[in-house]
Design a protein around this ligand. Structure first.
Ligand code: ATP
Ligand code: MG
Length: 271
């Protein structure tokens, strides 16, 4: 394995009964890199994300993290940095307990993993809130008291509490309005520059992924149909499916949008 690879998915297959959901999925993520994972609904994006997190099944294949195959291991069975792989989901309540204050939401993973005592963990809360640009007084409030964008910032702070090398972000901005999306995406970029964390950034929206991904993997019906540099994939997609995905992505400029709709129609007719 090259030392320049953080995570290497090698021919990962997942079946749910007779349903073959992941088909030889292979891609890698380098340290500090963002790999965007795009594809239509049901293509298997969440399934590979969950497999990497150790919360979803792997039928065959390897998921090599820092040289160790972690496929099929739960987070508890993992060792070293693999125990710290974190997730940010579309719904922040997936990781935030609504009955806990923000402080307790941030302290809990540090104490549960034994990486800090209670006092020390509490001492880190302010810096974590600061990292996600939330005010210090957010600590004593409850998740429901925040806007959707702020609540997602709390979920990001919680993921950061364990100083992960990799965060799986599954549609983390899809529930937010456009201007909030842009600010949260800037936060992801800023945190990566400051901490060197790598992201697997899952989205059905190629426009979002384009904004922050270094490389992009395109999934269709359980397989990766294209994987390469973001500029390359989005400017000169080699697979017809990616071309259609690109043309279906919304464009701010209505004139270009109309042009692209026309292009899209002719392409669909031609495929
Ligand atoms: N636990 C499960 N049991 C059975 N089938 C499942 C299970 N989890 C996922 N699937 C199936 O696997 C396929 C891929 O689902 P997945 O959630 O990975 O898609 P996705 O690309 O994340 O879609 P979306 O963009 O809608 O989130 C779907 O057909 C789904 O119904
Ligand atoms: Mg999904």
């Amino acid at each position: 394995m090259s030392s320049n690879v953080l995570l290497d998915c090698q021919a990962v297959n997942t079946r749910f009964g007779s349903l073959h959901v992941l088909k030889d999925v292979s891609f890698d993520i380098r340290p500090g890199e963002t790999v965007g994972l795009v594809g239509e609904s049901g293509s298997g994006k969440t399934t590979i994300g969950r497999a990497i997190l150790g919360i979803g099944p792997v039928t065959s294949g390897r998921i090599v993290f820092k040289g160790v195959d972690i496929a099929g291991q739960s987070p508890r069975e993992r060792k070293g940095d693999a125990t710290r792989i974190q997730a940010v989901f579309q719904d922040p309540y997936t990781s935030l307990n609504p009955s806990m204050t923000v402080e307790d939401c941030l302290v809990e993973p540090m104490v549960a993993r034994g990486i800090a005592g209670l006092q020390e963990a509490r001492g880190r809360v302010r810096a974590l809130l600061d990292q996600v640009a939330l005010p210090a007084d957010a600590a004593q409030r409850f998740p429901r008291e925040f806007s959707g964008g702020q609540r997602q910032r709390v979920a990001i702070a919680r993921a950061l509490a364990l100083s992960p090398k990799l965060i799986v972000c599954d549609e983390p901005v899809s529930a937010l309005d456009l201007s909030t999306q842009a600010r949260v995406l800037e936060l992801f970029i800023d945190l990566q520059q400051r901490t060197g964390v790598a992201y697997l950034f899952i989205s059905h929206d190629l426009a979002v992924v384009r904004h922050l991904a270094h490389r992009v993997a395109v999934m269709r019906a359980g397989g990766i149909v294209e994987f390469g540099d973001c500029d390359q994939v989005t400017a000169r997609p080699s697979h017809p499916y990616t071309q259609r995905l690109l043309l279906a992505a919304p464009v701010a400029d209505p004139v270009r949008q109309a042009e692209r709709r026309a292009q899209f129609k002719s392409l669909v007719a031609g495929v």
